[in-house]
Ligand binder design. Sequence first.
Ligand SMILES: C[S@@+](CC[C@H](N)C(=O)[O-])C[C@H]1O[C@@H](n2cnc3c(N)ncnc32)[C@H](O)[C@@H]1O
Length: 352
Amino acid sequence: MAPSHTMAGGESGDSYSQHSTYQRALLEATKEKIDEAITTKLDLYFTSNSFSFNVADFGCSTGPNTFVAVQNIIDAVGHKFQEQTLENPKDVEFQVFFNDHSNNDFNTLFRTLPPTRSYFATAVPGSFFGRVLPKDCLHVGHCSYSLHWLSRVPRGITARDSPAWNKDIHCTGFTKEVADAYLDQFKVDFGGFLSARAQEFVSGGLLMLLGSCLPDGVKMSETMKGILFDCIGSSLNDVAKQGLIDQEKLDSFNMPIYVAQVGEIKDVIEENGCFELEAFEKVSHANDEFPLDAKFLATLHKVTFGGLFESQFGKDAVEKAMGCFEGKVQDSLQELANAKAGMQFFVLLRRK
Ligand SMILES: C[S@@+](CC[C@H](N)C(=O)[O-])C[C@H]1O[C@@H](n2cnc3c(N)ncnc32)[C@H](O)[C@@H]1O
């Protein structure tokens, strides 16, 4: 099994929980869309005394973003319940499943659960590319900023003798063969995610996917994200030249990340066939693109990808590389300002 890489745990200054406002902006910007989706697309069926409702967040990390996401859903379901039954939404028993890799910092998640929450909380450890919940139990599922993580580095791209070998860690050297290998892996993974969820959902259940993608025809290397990945690669190479990272190891390292284009995401949904695509919307908000702030960007990338790099090259080498990365970002601010725009999306799927 490929090792899993989680966000920086805890609540200290170097943690994901303290440095995830960029991701949170999208959750806040989609609150109304979630409300509308639940009001107009969700069927609530209640038997006389069974008012239980199951929600899951796939790729929840440590919080607080996941708490915002599930609260948005619970508020919307509560309103709908009240309108439909004229009963108090407090009568609904909400069960929330928090899913992430088993080495996610669930302790921090549970220690910081909102004290006034109106739901039961359960951890569901394990990769969301496979089944993590029983059949036919899920009413609303949510997944934000997680599906660009692949289950593995695509086959072929780390081997020197392969036509798809990519010496770089990601975008530079993104030849057609490398791009095809990444896309193939994304299709397998995202298709597997949908098939697993299809079994877990009740018919008519809603799955909401949020995150970053690319407009059709835009390459990742042309966007801020791609330029920043190249800066990280170049920083790791500088540290390898100083002898702190084995160059051979670095040359055969690639990131298990694929930011898909709109059409690629839609194709997988259609090919999978288990969900109706109810909406695929571009979301605009104040944090749409990364702010041009080298320190902010260095910290964001460290809490998000630091664990992955450290597992390969060790803590000291990565500390050094991330320091170097901040300088390179500072030198690339003009290029970053001229980069092509990526896109933040909200996808609404309904289990057939
Ligand atoms: C950038 S964080 C997003 C966290 C949160 N959803 C948010 O919006 O702030 C991505 C999360 O996805 C999780 N993740 C990635 N691949 C996963 C997988 N195959 N199964 C479960 N969780 C996964 C990571 O461990 C990480 O916590």
